[in-house]
Unconditional design. Sequence first.
Length: 311
Amino acid sequence: MTTSLHCIDVVIPVYNGAQFIRQALDSVALQGDILATIIVVNDGSTDATADLVTQFIHEHPQLTVELINQDNAGLAAARNTGIGHAKAPFIAFLDVDDLWLANKLQLQYQLFLDSTDPKLGVIYCAYGTIAESGERLSDTLGNIVPKLKGDIYRQLRWGNFVSGSGSSVLIRRSLFDTIGLFDETLKACEDWDMWLRIAKHFHFDFIAQELVLIRLHAHNMQKDTKRMIGAELIVLNKFVKANESNPFLLWKLRTILLDLQWEASSIPGFEQCHPDLQNQLTGWRNTIAKAVLKPLQTLALQYLQKKSMRH
C-alpha cells in the first residue's frame, strides 16, 4: 500500500465527552504515520475532557495533538474551528462517541490515490454499531449501506445516505475553500447540509469495508425530535430559496407534524423561512395534504421509522 506520511488532519469536536474521549483518541492513534495533527476542539466542556486529552498528549509524545478550548458553540462551530486549524491536504472528522478501526484512513487515502476521477472530493465507508458500553451490536437493520458514488446530489436530496456520515468521511481540505464551512445555524443535519453542498461540485466514493463504529446511546442527537425537525426545516428552506423542490422532505415534515399534532409555526426557525415554504406548511395546501396523509399516517410513520438513519 502506498502511504504518504502525515497527510491527514483529524478533527474531533467534543462537548462533555469525558466518558468516550480516551477511546476515540486511542482509535485515532491506530491510524499510524498517515496522521498529521489530531485537533481536539473542546467546545466548552465542564467535565474532565480537557484533562483526559492532556493526559493522552503526555502519554503519546510521538503524536502531534492540538487541544483547542473554546466557549460552547455547537458541533458545527467546533468542526469549523478544527478546519480553521487544519493544514494537511486531507481532513477526517471523528465524533467523540464513535470509534475508528485500524487502517481506516490508509484505506481511504489509497482510494484517493488510485482514483482517476478528477472531481473526487469525499470518500466514506461502511460502519457497524456499538452500545453505550462499547459492546458490538449485531442488529444492522437500520444501518445505511454505502452504495452511492460519483455525482450523488440527486440521491442526497432524499436524505443523508452517506453511511457513517461525519465519522466516516475523508475529505480534501481544499473543498472547503469552494464550499465554505459547516452551517452553524444548524443544530442538527449539519452533515447532510454539507454533503449536499459538496455534491453540487464534487464527487463521492466509498470503501465497502466496515471501518467505523457508531455508538448508539441515550444522548444521540437524532433522539431530539424538535431539534431534528427544526434542522430539517432549515434544510428544506434552503431548497426553496434555491428554487429547488424537495417533495420527499416536505412530505416527511408534514407527516411528522401531523403525528405529533404540532403546528409548523411552533418549530424554531419557521419565521425565517421563505414565505412559499410557510404557506406549504400552514396554508390551504397543507390542509389538503393533511387530509390526504391522515388515512395513510400509520403506514407513513412505519416507512419513516424504517428509513431512520444511524449516523
